[in-house]
Design a protein around this ligand. Structure first.
Ligand code: URA
Ligand code: CA
Length: 430
């Protein structure tokens, strides 16, 4: 087999066989194919696409390029959850303790934030939790309390790292089959039997329009079907931040308030919907209504928050039972410049404003200020009077607060008419 022939084949719109895809991925990882040929192939795939079978094959080969976690020591169906990334999106910290409290074990590998999306691992570190957990310890943790969330230690899907780095610099990131294979290969290598996906759609998401979000969701569900994993994808709206708090310890604070039953709203609603689908896939509930109720009951009876505290105690060295969350020293109150309805928000710009406070990274090496961030005081279609508070901004200096306020102010549009808003749960693909 010859990589040039395969590039030409894909360039001309023909389908690649399983053997040919295997050759491409193996050559990528063992470096027998140089970057320029890998990149040419990625561009050919970007332009000509891949069908369901090819996408399943490339996913499978990417899984095989590295370690595959063995979770067989934990009994029952292992269900994982993945979000394509949003703003104020801390569903994992809300749903993981609730789902675990319902008896479904959660073994979750999470990532760091980059650009305007946050990462669960950073949020955990903001309250002093350990995230570098050897696999053997992680399994012990799950056996003890049914829940562990950790950084990625194993060498999962190394082919994805190489392909993603090249896609990033060759204009080939936005390819549905390549995104689907990238996400699914990492989730499958992480050892789960079933996966609930949260595909974000809107001004603060990777997929800004419904049609592309749906295409990505369908592609990932199809991969699951083709390689024998149950996958359910929710398409959820990201035209505004999901929770009201944006920033690491601020988001933990909101998750805690939700688990204590003090706060409701969009973040709770999406967390319940994702968690309920996890319970269904894990066969802990007979139907979705029952599954939702089980999770809500765990908030009411305090068992969800209790599980969260067990999780905090398990993953920290000196937890005394009391969670203390600090806000940054300086704060700034952003006020409405005129009266009217909150007509639109550019959620990605709100994410940029939070980076400006110090809450996020632009490059992998950037240091995060865990105490920085934004608390939104308004939702889309709320009515505000001139001078009403739109958001509270927290940062280590007043200058950073002011810079963030400027960006945030331009991200929030106020008009005299009420906007048409999208549904929160836009679709479910299974
Ligand atoms: N997230 C991923 O993990 N991979 C992609 O290709 C895009 C988003
Ligand atoms: Ca996130």
């Amino acid at each position: 087999m010859n990589i040039v022939d395969l590039i030409i084949k894909k360039r001309d719109g023909l389908k690649l066989s399983n053997e040919e895809i295997k050759f491409f991925i193996e050559g990528t990882v063992n470096k027998s194919i140089p970057d320029y040929q890998i990149s040419a192939m990625l561009m050919a795939i970007f332009l000509k696409g891949m069908d369901e079978f090819e996408t399943a094959c490339i996913t499978q080969e990417m899984v095989k390029s590295g370690d595959v976690l063995d979770l067989s020591q934990i009994s029952g169906i292992k269900v994982d959850k993945h979000s394509t990334g949003g703003i104020g999106d801390t569903t994992t910290l809300v749903l993981a303790p609730l789902v675990a409290a319902c008896g479904l074990p959660v073994v979750k590998m999470s990532g760091r934030g980059l650009g305007f999306t946050g990462g669960t691992i950073d949020k955990m570190e903001s309250i002093g939790l350990k995230i570098d957990i050897p696999m053997k310890t992680a399994l012990d943790y799950v056996k003890k309390i049914g829940l562990v969330i950790m950084g990625q230690t194993a060498n999962l899907a190394p082919a994805d790292k190489i392909l993603y780095a090249l896609r990033d610099v060759t204009g080939t990131v936005e390819s549905i089959p390549l995104i689907a294979a990238s996400i699914m290969s990492k989730k499958i290598a992480a050892g789960s039997d079933a996966i609930v996906l949260d595909v974000k759609c809107g001004s603060g998401a990777f997929m800004q329009d419904f049609e592309s979000a749906k295409a990505l969701a369908k592609e990932m569900v199809a991969i699951g079907k083709n390689i024998g994993r149950k996958v359910i994808a929710l398409i959820t709206n990201m035209d505004e931040p999901l929770g009201l708090n944006i920033g690491n310890s601020l988001e933990v604070e909101e998750a805690v308030e939700i688990l204590k039953g003090n706060v409701t709203g969009r973040l709770l609603d999406v967390s319940i919907e994702l968690g309920a689908n996890m319970l269904l896939l894990g066969k802990k509930a007979d139907n979705i209504e029952q599954a939702r109720q089980m999770l809500l009951d765990k908030i009411k009876n305090g068992e969800g928050y209790k599980k969260f505290l067990e999780f905090v105690a398990q993953q920290s060295d000196n937890f005394n039972g009391e969670l203390v969350i600090h806000h940054a020293q300086h704060s700034f109150s952003l006020k409405a410049e005129k009266s009217g309805y909150i007509y639109s928000m550019t959620a990605s710009q709100i994410g940029r404003a939070s980076i400006e406070t110090g809450a996020g990274r632009m490059t992998k090496e950037d240091k995060i200020d865990y105490t920085a961030g934004i608390i939104m005081k308004v939702r889309l279609s709320d009515y505000v009077n001139e001078g009403d508070e739109i958001a509270q901004i927290f940062s280590s200096t007043t200058e950073k607060c002011e810079r963030a306020a400027k960006i945030l102010s331009s991200a929030v549009n106020i008009k005299n008419e009420k906007p048409q808003t999208n549904k929160l749960i836009m679709d479910i693909i299974k």
